[in-house]
Design a protein around this ligand. Sequence first.
Ligand code: ADP
Ligand code: MG
Length: 242
Amino acid sequence: MQPNPSSPGSSADGIVVVKDVEKSYPLGEIMVHAVRGVSFSIQKGEFSALAGPSGSGKTTILNMIGCVDTPSKGEIIIAGQNTSGLKDKELTKLRLFKVGFIFQTFNLVPVLTAYQNVEFPLLLQKNVPKAERERRVNMYLEKVGLKDKMMHRPNELSGGQRQRVAIARALVTEPAIVLADEPTANLDSQTGQEILDLMSSLNENDGTTFIFSTHDHNVISRAHKVLWLVDGRLADPKGRIA
Ligand SMILES: Nc1ncnc2c1ncn2[C@@H]1O[C@H](COP(=O)(O)OP(=O)(O)O)[C@@H](O)[C@H]1O
Ligand SMILES: [Mg+2]
């Protein structure tokens, strides 16, 4: 019998499987239904976009894939591991070893240099020897073109350079997936395209799996696969609910 592609755990599953996921937040007396039943999977090596207007649920979905938030219903499987029912400690471990995050606002630690910001996740992993940390930090700073700025603090760097540091920080643990939540939203359009060029070359050269969210059509057009979101549901490109 052929494996059922929609069955979690089958060989046809991707590096990320999102299955019938819902997320609601209590807001005073009412519930906000941020995600209303979404299913998709991402294969290893894909360069995919979650596209949709503000409030459509992009950040909520990325946060659930990144194990910083948990679904109200449904399940999410990351690199073969079902996240439902995992304890906080296990979710933290999964996040630290399997996921890299890139944020709209860069989220660098202001008092640390570029080098120290990139090294930070390796220190959190605890067991990476110093020589290996040095090798990795230097390699990823080189890949993002910032070796000559490694001793600079974030406030001595431009927006594009800060995002490059954030990309190196996301990649330094060599995670199974890199999530980028509107990575170009605080950059001018040319710098935004350069950041997309960098992510795209890291995807092509190293096979890194990226999922990025955006509402910008110039950014959407760079994705190999686009998941369109409207009001917490997947839709077709014209906004009709799939
Ligand atoms: N912590 C929260 N509490 C209440 N409502 C929330 C919370 N986070 C998100 N929402 C709501 O969920 C919906 C989706 O939000 P979000 O995932 O941030 O969308 P996007 O990233 O596409 O702009 C919005 O209506 C938003 O107001
Ligand atoms: Mg958002």
